[in-house]
Design a binder for this molecule. Structure first.
Ligand SMILES: Cc1cc2nc3c(=O)[nH]c(=O)nc-3n(C[C@H](O)[C@H](O)[C@H](O)COP(=O)(O)OP(=O)(O)OC[C@H]3O[C@@H](n4cnc5c(N)ncnc54)[C@H](O)[C@@H]3O)c2cc1C
Length: 481
């Protein structure tokens, strides 16, 4: 081994930093490996605003556990689910290794959120209920002031102060195991220098595989070519942490064929160039046809499902069509984060030409949609108003006003890949579980490396997952020293 530590952490986002600082606070000698430079450290965490699914500084939302539990994948075996509602000691082999997040993991996650926030406050992070980009919402969201960047900087500063050793431009490649297959350290590659071997117990916190086209194609499919990481940080996450653990027998968890979808403007290179304004217009594909109910409920609860429909369209793209009415919605600009200008035209015919869309089809779509908008007397843009279309498929369930007040406005929208869902199965303490459902000695996971989500992401839990499981892993490590 080149160097010896108690703990070697792969990844310098919120998950890795939370693990590193917590372990160092417990007196452990810690190394943290980061593929990026010091200036670009922080992965996805650096770019997120970090909405947190919390209703108070010390309380998660009422639906935090139930939403996670209700989105554990379709058609789960009822016998195994029943079995898993009892203590894990008596679980069968099948239940122990099932590729879902068990309820004890969810419960421990939720339970440790308030203490984690308090700990971060102690490190100087401030939190508040700030405005979000969702004009309508069902759940409150707490935010760190300064977003994920503030979390990364506060944690990294604490890590530097407490003596954590940072290895920048260093990519974790392989777990080092002994003859019995027990993890003993990490092998990494230092850019420009070569191989580095570090001994110690390992925390894998190096993100999902949103930056790895090969894994995206393998797990999500060839259409993933139409996806793009939502920010530059995502390109660093190439799934090595997940693969190196699977290689030595770790159990998978989470939906490998899926990811968290967010609607973005493909013309923009800024982080999270989101376009959440579609509930107030219509969405059309390249043929100029509607394909989805643009407003089935509040935007925070439905944007992911609608974005998945956009991804399914030809070339994975759609266009939101709006008229001047949108400008009378209070704070409507909050819902448009792209730095690119709207595509505008005085007539639908001219707009179709600018969008290179069949003119007759777009005109026909608008004519039919406008004719289906019957009554607008209850119109209320900031609340579900039930102002819906009649006699058209797909329907539009709220805010269905005609689109007839030019100049007309359009934005292109694709699905961004915010992060991938597939990852590793863990115990409530963040220990990686093997394919026989047993904790793997000396191996932990935190953040996106943990596979937790299926189908419908429980919004605003991913940053918390990193922060909480980083700490849980560190505390378990300290206890088992
Ligand atoms: C724009 C955006 C908006 C988001 N909005 C929200 C939100 O509002 N609320 C929410 O809860 N979640 C949100 N998310 C998701 C959330 O930010 C991430 O899931 C979370 O920050 C992941 O933390 P992490 O530490 O697991 O991964 P990351 O922060 O991505 O950190 C992974 C680190 O590992 C490094 N790395 C990768 N591979 C290796 C390797 N082989 N060796 C060494 N280092 C490696 C990377 O460089 C990076 O530093 C958002 C994400 C983005 C990008």
């Amino acid at each position: 081994m080149n160097q010896e530590f108690d703990v070697v952490v792969a990844g310098c986002g919120v998950a890795g930093l939370s693990a590193a600082v917590s372990a160092a606070e417990k007196g452990l000698k810690v190394a943290i490996l980061e593929r990026a430079t010091r200036e670009e450290r922080g992965g996805q965490s650096r770019y997120t605003e970090a909405y947190l699914r919390m209703k108070a500084m010390d309380q998660v939302t009422d639906d935090f556990e139930t939403h996670l539990a209700e989105n554990l994948g379709p058609y789960n075996d009822p016998d195994l689910m029943n079995e898993m509602s009892t203590g894990r000691d008596g679980w069968s082999h099948q239940a122990r290794a099932l590729a879902i997040t068990d309820t004890e993991v969810i419960a421990n996650f939720a339970e440790h959120v308030p203490a984690t926030i308090k700990w971060l406050q102690g490190l100087g992070v401030k939190f508040d209920f700030l405005p979000t980009q969702f004009l309508t919402k069902t759940q409150p969201r707490l935010l760190p002031v300064g977003g994920g960047w503030a979390l990364v900087e506060a944690l990294a500063a604490a890590a530097e102060k407490i003596g954590v050793t940072f290895f920048y431009q260093t990519t974790a490649r392989k777990l080092i195991t002994d003859d019995d297959g027990v993890v003993k350290g990490l092998q990494a590659h230092q850019q420009g220098k070569g191989v580095l071997r570090l001994s110690g117990k390992v925390v894998l916190a190096c993100g999902g595989f949103e930056g790895n086209p090969q894994m995206l194609t393998k797990y999500i499919g060839p259409r993933s070519v139409y996806l793009r990481p939502i920010c530059k940080g995502g390109f660093y996450n190439r799934g090595e942490g997940i693969e190196m653990a699977l290689d030595i027998g770790a159990a998978p968890s989470g939906e490998f064929g899926s990811y968290h979808a967010e609607p973005i403007d493909p013309r923009s290179g800024v982080a999270e160039a989101s376009v959440f304004i579609f509930p107030y217009g219509i969405l059309v594909n390249k043929q100029g046809k509607r394909f989805v109910d643009e407003a089935p409920g509040t935007v925070d609860a439905y944007y992911e499902r609608i974005t998945r429909q956009i991804y399914e369209q030809q070339e994975g793209i759609a266009y939101v069509i709006l008229d001047q009415r949108v400008k009378s919605i209070p704070n409507y600009r909050l819902a448009i984060r792209t730095d690119q200008s709207a595509i505008e035209a005085d007539s639908i015919v001219a707009l179709a030409a600018k969008l290179q869309m069949p003119i007759e089809m777009l005109s026909e779509t608008l004519t039919q949609y406008n004719a289906s908008c019957k009554s607008s007397s209850q119109y209320d843009p900031l609340n579900l108003d039930g102002v819906s279309t009649e006699g058209i498929y797909p329907p539009k369930s709220n805010w269905a006003l005609p689109i007839d007040q030019g100049p007309y406005i359009a934005y292109p929208i694709i699905s961004a890949n915010v992060f991938t869902f597939g990852g590793l199965k863990v115990t409530p303490e963040g220990q990686v579980v093997n394919t026989d459902g047993e904790p793997m000695p000396n191996l932990y996971a935190a953040g996106e490396v943990i596979g937790m989500y299926y189908t419908n992401y429980t919004g605003s839990t991913s940053v918390l997952k990193g922060l909480v499981f980083g700490r849980l892993a560190a505390h378990h490590l300290a206890r088992s020293k």
